[in-house]
Write a protein that binds this ligand. Sequence first.
Ligand code: ATP
Ligand code: MG
Ligand code: MG
Length: 406
Amino acid sequence: APLSGQKEEPCGAELCTSMEGLCDTVVGVLGGGQLGRMLCQAASPMGIRVAVLDPMENCPASSIAYRHAVGSFRDTNAVRKFAEGCGVLTVEIEHVDVDTLDALAKEGVDVEPKPSTIRIIQDKYLQKVHFREHGVALPEFMKIDNAESAEEAGRIFGYPLMLKSRRLAYDGRGNAVVRSKEDLANAVSLLGGYERGLYAEKWAPFVKELAVMVARGRDASVSSFPVVETTHKDNICHTVEAPARVSSGVAKLAMDAAEKAIRSLDGAGVFGVELFLLADGQVLLNEVAPRPHNSGHYTIEACFVSQYEQHLRAVLGLPLGDPSMKVPSALMYNLLGEDDGEAGFALAHKLLQKAVSVPGASVHWYEKPEIRRQRKMGHITLVGPTASVVRARLNSIIGSTESSNN
Ligand code: ATP
Ligand code: MG
Ligand code: MG
């Protein structure tokens, strides 16, 4: 059925025989991990059909997707074949075959956000160049090609500095902290050598990390979810607290920076914007994801529209929903594999068991085919009347040893 809002014949054959609810466009998602899974979950109540392309037979989205094409989102033939059955293509991971997406878009296939956006974002160095050119404040950075340029970065930025892989980075895999000049060579080889494509970033002495999910409609209008506070452990997202406990001035700065960044990109969808808050109140951009994001999981329980539903609305050209919170406070806790294999599931299992009896706690398990150490296996979101209540509820699950880490 058309989305135009025009009234159809009251009972035209088309309407009566069609299976579709809100729209009949099949949304094709490159990637079938937990983000793809939650996109499928959000699509289900609206009768929207989400197909996923993922190489893993039993990927997290496979059991609930409208269709799961087994194939690689980095393989041109797989992507092309997948696209044939979809009305719009989008991504749940940025590390995809963007050349093929680009070619498809030129052939008239609808890709959201635009391949140009995915191309900029998938190379973190190009991403930083792009945002610097668009006047978004971010830590100083420079490309590293050899030992000389690495040492030069050390001279200019001082130590510690952050060495990063340009491509294929996630959950801190691709980052190395360099504490001194002597540390450089080791960090470089840890990241796979100069050939891997590296850049250096000045250390950001943040007092907090903030994040904002920004939705961009097909008409280029932007709409932001609340500013949240994130904590990381070993470079991996650990907790997300919403709303962020910052002044309204800081929240506005964060939101303005995030929206400025997203306005500089092309195409529809939700974008995860990670930010550093410095002691002097400055807000710097860390990075952007062109898709739903870990820092937006909390929106499922805490906002009028979740980031997943919002992403679907955006790419389909439906009106964007209300991103504001419908509860006063929310806290998300990531469940990571403790170890490889079954043993790594013991703690997460215990936490899940505890969480189901805690008021306001929602349990998410991704059904990953393999438990791996430090991999995201699920998450728990707590909602409640105040930040201290949700914090106490989380502590009743994880034990107060970990209690408020700030
Ligand atoms: P993601 O899973 O979010 O994609 P990633 O692998 O792309 O992660 P980054 O976001 O670059 O990694 O960095 C991960 C974490 O490392 C940040 O959230 C922050 O805690 C820390 N970090 C990154 N860059 C810097 C910096 N320049 N100064 C200080 N800390 C940093
Ligand atoms: Mg990243
Ligand atoms: Mg990050």
